[in-house]
Each structure stands twice: as C-alpha cells, then as structure tokens.
Design a protein around this ligand. Sequence first.
Ligand SMILES: CC(=O)SCCNC(=O)CCNC(=O)[C@H](O)C(C)(C)COP(=O)(O)OP(=O)(O)OC[C@H]1O[C@@H](n2cnc3c(N)ncnc32)[C@H](O)[C@@H]1OP(=O)(O)O
Ligand SMILES: O=CC(=O)O
Ligand SMILES: [Mg+2]
Length: 570
Amino acid sequence: MVGFETFLETPSKGRKTAVVVGYDVPEGVDVRGRYDAEFAKILSKDALLFVAGLQREFRNHIKYAMECRKDAKMRYNNGALPGFDPATAHVRDGDWLCAAVPPPVADRRVEITGPVERKMIINALNSGAKVFMADFEDSLAPNWENLMRGHANLRDAVNGNISFNDKARNRVYKLNEQTAKLFVRPRGWHLPEAHIFIDGEPATACLVDFGLYFFHNWSAFRRTQGQGFGPFFYLPKMEHSREARIWNMVFERAEKMMGIENGSIRATVLIETLPAVFQMDEILYELRDHSIGLNCGRWDYIFSYIKTFQSHPDRLLPDRVQVGMSQHFMRSYSDLLIRTCHRRGVHAMGGMAAQIPIRDDPKANEAALELVKRDKLREVRAGHDGTWAAHPGLIPAIDEVFTATMGSKPNQIQTVKRDEAASLTEEDLLQTPRGHRTMDGLRLNTRVGIQYVAAWLTGTGSVPLYNLMEDAATAEISRVQNWQWLRYGVELNGDGLGVRVTRELFGRVVEEEMGRIEREVGKEKFNKGMYREACKIFTRQCTADVLDDFLTLDAYNNIVVHHPIGSSRL
Ligand SMILES: CC(=O)SCCNC(=O)CCNC(=O)[C@H](O)C(C)(C)COP(=O)(O)OP(=O)(O)OC[C@H]1O[C@@H](n2cnc3c(N)ncnc32)[C@H](O)[C@@H]1OP(=O)(O)O
Ligand SMILES: O=CC(=O)O
Ligand SMILES: [Mg+2]
C-alpha cells in the first residue's frame, strides 16, 4: 500500500488521530490523485493491474504512433498535403466486410452525448435516444474528481442502480424501464493521465478510461444491455490506421483476459482529423472484427483542417460560423464516409449540430430548431444512419426527421450505397472553405475561447455560450483560427474596412472582450471565476510562434492536483 497521512476524527473522544490511508496499488503503480473511499472501489488493485498491463504492453506502440504524428506534421509544415496512401490501395480496393452489426445497436438514429456527470447520465439514458455516448473527451474537463466520479457513475448506470437526489429541486432521478444503449468515449491517444503513474511515467489517459470502465463493467454490460455483445465505445481523434490497430490489439487483449469472444467489444471511430479522412477504409479494416462504424466529428475535423494547414497561407479560413456542412470539403467528407461505411456493412453516423434549445426566446428557439432539423435532413438524405443530439430537448425533432426518411428500417446500410462518392478526389476533400473574415468573427472566437477555458479550468467541459453548445472541439476552432489569422496578418475582408489582424489589434480585442465578458456574466462571477487565468492561456496560445497541438494539453497542468499537495507536476 502506498499511503499518505491524513487526520481523522476519533468519534468517541473528538480527538484527531493520524492514520495512513491510500490506494492499494500493484508494483510500479503510483496513484497521485486525492484518496477517497469511493474512488478506491474504482481503483482496486486488480483494476489498476489491468490498466498497468495495457500500458506496459502498448506503450511503445503508442510512442511510435505519436512520433509518426510528429513526422506527418513536419511533412505538412514543409508543404505536403494529406492524401490517400498508395501503399494501402489494396485495402481500399479489396472486397471485405466488417463483422455484422450487433442486433441491440442496429438502430442508432438518434444518439445523445454528454459528460460523465451523474444527473446528465440519468437524463441521457432516459432521454428517448437510442444511444448515449458518455464522454471522457471533448465535453469533460478531465480533473481527478470528474474522472473518478465519472467511473463510479458509469458503474452504477451499468448496474442499473444509479440515482441522483437534487435537493434544491426536491427531485430524485432514477433510470426508466427503457434506456439508451451506453457507449463510452475515452480520451484521445495524445493525453496523459497525470494522477496515475505507471513505472515512473504518467499513464496514457485513454487506457485509464478504457481500462477502468471495461474492467468494472464488461460482464454486467453484456448481460443487461449488450445481449452478449459489448461493451461499446467511441474512439476519438485518430490520425492514422496504425492508431486503430493499437485499439484493436487493446480490445483483443481485454477480451482474452476476461475470456470473452473476439469481436465482443465494438467501437465507432470518429473521423475528426483531416489525415484520417484518407484512412477510413484502413481504419475500418484494422478494427474489422470490432467495428461498428464511423462518425463525422465535424468540429474537431474543422480544427484539424486549420492545424494540418498551419503552414499553408493559401488555406486561410473564413469566420467560424461560415464553416458548415455545406462547404464542399465538409460535404465531400460526409459523403465519402457514408460510402465507405456502407460498403463495409457498418453505420455511418452524422455529427453534432451546435444549436441547443433557447428557453427564454420562443422565436429564437424555433429558428434554432429549424437549423438543427435542416442539418439532420441533409444527413439522413445523404445516407447517414443516425446522428448526434447535444440536448434532450432536440431528440423528438431529430427522431422525426430521421424516421420520416428511414421509416421503421433500423438503418440505411444496405439501402443507400452512395457509390458515386467513390469518385471524390483529394482535391474535393481538401478544398479550402469559402467565405469572409470579419472583426465580429475575431471577437466571437476570443470571447468564446476565453469563456470556454474559464469553464474548463473550473471543471466544466461543455457549456452553453450565445445559445450554442461549446466544448473542447469547438473551442479549438476559435483558438487555431485566431492563431492562423494572426500568423498571416490576414485582412478582415468581410467588413469592407481592410483591417489586418495584428498583435496590437488582437491585444485590443482581448481587452475589450474581457470587458464584455465581465459585463455579461456580472462582476461577482467574473471575479470569482477563472477568466483572467483563461485569458492568459488562450492569449498565449493564439499568439504563440509555434502552434500548440492541443489547447487542453497545454492547459492540463492547471487542473492536475497531486496529493499530498505540492508533489511534482508533469
Ligand atoms: C464536438 C463534440 O464532441 S459534441 C459531443 C460532446 N459535447 C456534448 O456532449 C455536449 C452535451 N451537452 C451539454 O453538455 C449541455 O446540453 C449544454 C452544456 C450544451 C447545455 O447545458 P444546460 O444549459 O445545462 O442545459 P439546460 O439547462 O437546458 O438543461 C435542461 C435539462 O436537460 C439536461 N441536459 C442538457 N443536456 C444534456 C445532455 N447532453 N445529456 C443529458 N441531459 C442533458 C440537463 O441536465 C437539465 O436537466 P434537468 O432539467 O433535469 O435539470
Ligand atoms: O467529437 C465530435 C466533434 O465534432 O469533434
Ligand atoms: Mg471531437
């Protein structure tokens, strides 16, 4: 046992006694997050041993994959463009299929997503959606408390005994008879989990997320939800099929260790990086025994477009609000994803519309709902088999749109083949989005980016801002777009003023937008919150000489709290 001293009240005498509490860890594992008896049930010695086994077996594969990302970045920065790999043409041309879709998740027409918070998990599972994607990624600030409570929440959800007592509203939340099927999204390969060290190194975050969830829930999940399949996952932010191959090996190892059939675990991969759009067949092929489709992660995809082309001044983006699914490169990506998935016999999932219900303005609410419906209509007509909802209030409308086209068919895998999309070219997939840049765009990016980081630092990973859902992926667009505009001193060509984005201009914008944020949220909240710290982080990243790979990676040290307090940072 690796322990640390704490003081507990001795009940009889009211005196404080020093006792040693701590996690019972296996050899080579060090848990540096706060001790909590509830967390200790998640961080059991056997569970940690399982995670450590994954880390030890796959760490060199992961390191190599991350090195390959760096090499690719260097190539793009030297002018190369991402494209289809001639070496894997045989995979793209070959006639192969993924394993058959498991019956319990054949129909995924509406999927709700949200962080692994207790009340939200219950609301999402009860929402009427077919699937709930419980998120450790874009919508979760990965501080220790959120992560560990998230695992306890998921364990209770899978066991069917999750409840939440909202004392302020005198309401107890419990699961309905019928609930959505649970998918879990671990974090991306790039993130460390700095509260758990294995052999002297921070653990790989996604192996912690996957490992702890799988270890505690595989058996109950398969019995109660999966009809003998599962658990089910969403896999984020991959850039190459070699990363999918690692996931496949992780799944095989997990299945073998628990003695369950190969192909029990199933995962949908988010295609949300620009390089990955040229690897869709290859990714499905690597995961063919464990795949249950691909998803258009549109927000990270836009972020990745800007990041991939950070050294290409001929690919400057217009205002963020203009980069929607009707842009040629986005439509091409969705069409090719549908064609690829249906050819391989799996779901082609749509993405997230950012609009959410607007409670206090019926007219604006109607307009927002109309935008969501239009987006979903485009998706279902294009051939998507289902899509994402950010909020339970959107589910009936989205369900109606999908059902009007799909009827009682569970999906469109066999009926909409989109073979013509096979002719989409690299140029189609890379075409620079059209539109203009404005001062309002620069201001909005800044206002949203700072407020998002402020929320993230205080433990909230998805927030409503200006009637839209904002999470790590949407905030990334704000950050890298500001960086790109500053880097190339772009002209704000939509205002007719010919103003160029310079450091001086940006400095003024930041100052003015901080003033606006303070007015909007009120002095008290502003002073109590983390807005000044967020402003520092966001501004530094927008003005950095070298673009940071990820906003949350840079900001992560701010939410790492080691116990005893004061032990080392990453
Ligand atoms: C780019 C991507 O990766 S997209 C996927 C990741 N992002 C997400 O998953 C975002 C999910 N959505 C959310 O986090 C939230 O809807 C927000 C932050 C956008 C808005 O949250 P709020 O302003 O709190 O919503 P609002 O006050 O309208 O909520 C009303 C009720 O709906 C519930 N609710 C809102 N969104 C969700 C959700 N996604 N899942 C479950 N319940 C939800 C709330 O818990 C609340 O329940 P209550 O009435 O029982 O208290
Ligand atoms: O994860 C989804 C996205 O759009 O990013
Ligand atoms: Mg994403």
